[in-house]
Design a protein around this ligand. Structure first.
Ligand code: ZN
Length: 648
């Protein structure tokens, strides 16, 4: 089982700095203990290209005069801490300078390349050159010298390259270097070559070493990449550009993969990697690690060691505040499997776009409705879910369409939007309406047939919309067009034209098990966040599956609710999380002060009356009632994270 209290110890160190002068085995060990750390990724070779141990292949850091990696590995072994080894793969600044023929060339324009070359950052190398052999030799050397428990390779993703070798090979395989798609096909081919070579370099020396190729994102549905790893590490520093909702979305997909251990990787920094002297508030780290374990992941916290090689005591005091709590909670995490009512067919798995707004919007809407959900790709089983959401994007794969038809035929429920139910210009499920194509107006207006906080009126919908003709469906909301689209020739006031109330068109409707919204609701929610999008989705969600949802917690939209089953221990675990973020800088949301929630009422569906309901990890029993297949109880306080065990 994956270690849940990991540190990813960055150590990218310029060749002129003193390295290792303050390393002490005792200090290293004592600091890790203070941080309650049970695994730490330590460096063989950094992005600068320096090795932190004697090497016949690369070059040891010029200011290092002993085997730092060996000493760290020995220190870890003595105190029972795992220590996978980091090897920089995509970057190696030293070799970039030494071997112009190994450089990745992203363009054929000399000026573009010169500009990139002169920028102050690490520069990429091409895996389709002699660099790959050099890298594999470094991996083999580490395996031979240290036989570590794992190898972490960084930073790896398919990259278009126009170096002479790539251009020659593309031409030889009949690919057109001027064709964007052909370049991507070749980039995937080079990545596969890299993966095969590096995995073989590890496996030649160990059957058991873990292998992870980090690319900063797990691509949904990309099994070539997913399956080349022994486990997954979800790099997602909420303050480092990923935001607080990236991890729940990524985790909701990864936990749908069978038998895949995974980590949620955050950082101790105020912002992101490389930030010496950057610290977040302990409450933020407690929240982020709690979010990992509530989503079925282990935890990894990013740190960067000072070149002198003493672990920073303040950092490990901070980490210890989070990890001591994770440690206390571990008996309720072992073997726990997340329960989900709702499956979302990932838009990214259909388009390949890493930043697919339809997924981001669907994830937020489900988080804010405190739902239990997983993200899926088209190869996965839809049948365990009470509801499948198809957000905005057209599905081109007939096998997936057949699977959806079969799911509905067997009683499954669907909420779809935009073009998600459209094939060859027609709905492929019976929606009770006829699809009439894209609406030429944007924005449009929504007139709800349900109560909203601001009442029944016209709400602006700033997204693409679709025309339909109702036949025998139940209307949920109507659509009105504006008088005209805003153009140079014809515009009104500062923004869009007002609604034309003459005509109510179908907007959203339900027939049997299928609900359809004629707007790109999910992408638009990610982009604009209008309340009316959420009210529409929430109304349809409650109408479709309101009575069937496993958990109902009386908790704010910002809270996160997850639910797991520990089959061996014969219990369910309810996780309630709540912390608010505050904007403290141009680009960073932080968590500092927390506001506890008191007396949170929860209602959970269980097949039998539970024997006990217990607050975890304090093991304090609380009162509950049981009727009609539902257990009801009140959680006295949720301060960042509260677990509740419901024993069979
Ligand atoms: Zn190349």
């Amino acid at each position: 089982m994956i270690k849940r209290r990991q540190v990813h110890l960055d150590f990218h160190t310029n060749g002129s700095l003193p390295v290792g002068k303050s390393f002490s085995k005792a200090q290293f060990q004592n600091t890790l203990k203070a941080g309650h750390v049970n695994s730490i990724t330590v460096f063989s070779k950094c992005h600068h290209g320096w090795s932190y141990h004697p090497t016949k292949i690369g070059d040891m850091h010029p200011e290092l005069d002993f085997d730092l990696l060996g000493a760290q590995l020995e220190a870890c072994k003595e105190i029972g801490v795992n220590a996978p080894v980091y090897i920089s793969a995509g970057f190696d600044e030293k070799e970039y300078d030494k071997h112009p023929e190994w450089r990745l060339l992203h363009s054929m324009d000399e000026n573009d390349l010169l500009e990139y070359h002169n920028e102050t950052h690490f520069h990429l190398l091409c895996f389709n050159t002699g660099y790959l052999d050099f890298l594999c030799a470094q991996i083999e050397e580490v395996m031979e010298r240290y036989n570590p428990c794992g190898i972490f390779l960084d930073i790896v993703s398919p990259r278009v390259c126009l170096c002479p070798q790539c251009v020659a090979d593309m031409k030889e395989s009949g690919l057109d270097i001027n064709n964007e798609d052909h370049r991507k096909i070749f980039a995937d081919k080079v990545l596969k070559k890299y993966i095969d070579a590096t995995n073989s370099a590890v496996r030649k020396h160990s059957d058991t070493a873990t292998i992870f190729h980090n690319g900063g994102h797990i691509s949904k549905g990309n099994y070539d990449f997913i399956e080349c790893n022994t486990h997954l590490e979800l790099e997602s520093l909420p303050t480092g550009g990923w935001g607080y909702d990236h991890f729940p979305l990524s985790a909701a997909y990864v936990r749908s993969l069978k038998n895949t251990d995974f980590l949620g990787m955050t950082g101790k920094f105020h912002h992101s990697w490389g930030e010496f002297g950057g610290f977040k508030h302990p409450n933020a780290l407690i929240y982020e690690t709690s979010l990992s374990i509530a989503n079925g992941a282990g935890c990894s916290i990013g740190d960067q060691m000072h070149p002198l090689s003493e672990l920073n005591p303040a950092t490990y005091k901070l980490i210890g505040k989070a990890y001591s709590l994770v440690e206390q909670k571990e008996p309720w995490l072992d073997g726990a499997v997340n329960v989900a009512d709702i499956g979302v067919l990932s838009a990214e798995s259909l388009t390949g776009n890493h930043n697919e707004k339809a997924d981001i919007g669907a994830n937020r809407l489900l988080l804010e409705n405190n739902c239990l959900y997983n993200f899926l790709d088209g190869t996965m089983d839809f049948s365990p879910f009470k509801l499948i959401i198809l957000p905005d994007i057209e599905i081109c794969d007939d096998k997936i369409i057949d699977k959806i038809k079969c799911y509905v035929h067997n009683g499954g429920k669907i909420i779809a939007s935009g073009k998600a139910l459209v094939k060859n210009g027609e709905f492929f499920l019976d929606t009770g309406a006829v699809f009439k194509g894209k609406n030429e107006f944007e924005p449009t207006y929504l007139v709800p047939c349900y109560e909203t906080v601001n009442g029944i009126t016209e709400y602006v919908m700033r997204c693409d919309s679709f025309k339909t003709e109702a036949v025998d469906c139940k209307e949920v909301a109507f659509m009105q067009n504006p008088y005209f689209n805003r153009t140079r020739e014809q515009f009104c006031s500062h923004m869009h034209a007002p609604n034309n109330p003459d005509k109510n068109l179908p907007g959203a409707f339900i027939k049997g098990n299928v609900a359809y919204m004629g707007w790109d609701v999910f992408s638009a929610y990610a982009k604009h966040g209008h309340l009316c999008f959420k009210e529409l989705f929430t109304h349809i969600l409650k109408t479709m599956v309101g009575d069937e949802l496993t958990v109902n917690a009386d908790i704010p939209d910002r809270a996160v609710v997850t639910f797991t089953r520990q089959e061996e221990k014969k219990r369910h675990i309810l996780h309630l999380l709540f912390a608010h973020t505050t904007v403290r800088s141009e680009r960073t949301e932080v968590i500092e002060d927390t506001v506890p929630l008191y007396n949170v009422k929860c209602c959970v569906k269980t097949q039998e009356k539970p024997s006990k309901v217990i607050l975890v990890p304090t093991c304090e029993e609380i009162d509950f009632s049981y009727a009609g297949g539902k257990v009801e109880f009140t959680v006295p306080e949720v301060n960042i994270h509260q677990m509740i065990a419901i024993e069979d």
